[in-house]
Design a protein around this ligand. Structure first.
Ligand SMILES: CC(C)(COP(=O)(O)OP(=O)(O)OC[C@H]1O[C@@H](n2cnc3c(N)ncnc32)[C@H](O)[C@@H]1OP(=O)(O)O)[C@@H](O)C(=O)NCCC(=O)NCCS
Length: 181
């Protein structure tokens, strides 16, 4: 059984378990957008079948406990605008996130991350939530800083971002740790 609820609500957003019908809407909203994929570890999708396969993989993840990917929608409209992924590694959780370009700049992702982190720290065994981002990904760095994460260091040749280069690139490690530990 998943360790987190299938739905999390914030002031403006709903984070929920994906469903098969999300694939075509995610493909249209951002899955094929090279600007959105620029700093991601995946290339822009060229066929909706790639997004369908991704959503199938997400649904399989929800049957286990290692990874819980949430689709992000607004409170009043069940239309995917992005995703926030929680990957469990013992006492730590690594997060990844993406938002459709038309939704950038409204503080949606910090709001979603704060809700997820709060849920994660309500779990007794979780002490640390972390995220890495390309050193040039200013929007992601700001998102983590606004979400209360500390920058802990720079990891050289850490992640391949294939839309930029086939050579692994430097990333910053950010983390938020449990304050009551
Ligand atoms: C990173 C991302 C999730 C931020 O989400 P968001 O909800 O737009 O976050 P915010 O509104 O808090 O904005 C964060 C920063 O993004 C930048 N930003 C805001 N609007 C922007 C826009 N229209 N275009 C480009 N960058 C913008 C600003 O630097 C902003 O910082 P500021 O608030 O100090 O000005 C979003 O930009 C995104 O999906 N990017 C592509 C995918 C990605 O890079 N994911 C992270 C991989 S590590």
């Amino acid at each position: 059984m998943p360790v987190l609820p299938e739905t999390l609500n914030t002031h403006r957003l709903r984070l929920r378990k994906p469903k098969a019908s999300d694939a075509s809407r995610i493909f249209a909203a951002y899955g094929q957008d090279p600007d959105v994929a620029h700093y991601m570890i995946w290339r822009p999708h060229t066929e909706v079948s790639q997004t369908q396969e991704f959503i199938c993989d997400c649904l399989r993840s929800w049957e286990g406990e290692d990874r819980l990917p949430y689709v992000i929608t607004r409170q009043d409209r069940d239309e995917p605008i992005g995703m926030l992924d929680a990957r469990f590694q013992g006492h730590m959780v690594d997060i990844g996130y993406v938002l459709a370009k038309r939704e950038w700049g409204h503080g949606f992702m910090p709001e979603a991350i704060e809700a997820l982190v709060s849920q994660l720290f309500s779990l007794p065994g979780i002490y640390r939530v972390q995220a890495t981002c390309d050193v040039d990904n200013k929007a992601s760095r700001r998102t983590l800083e606004k979400s209360g994460f500390d920058r802990e260091g720079r990891f050289e040749q850490y992640t391949i971002h294939p839309n930029i280069s086939s050579i692994p690139r430097a990333c910053y490690m950010y983390a938020k740790c449990r304050s009551d530990a």
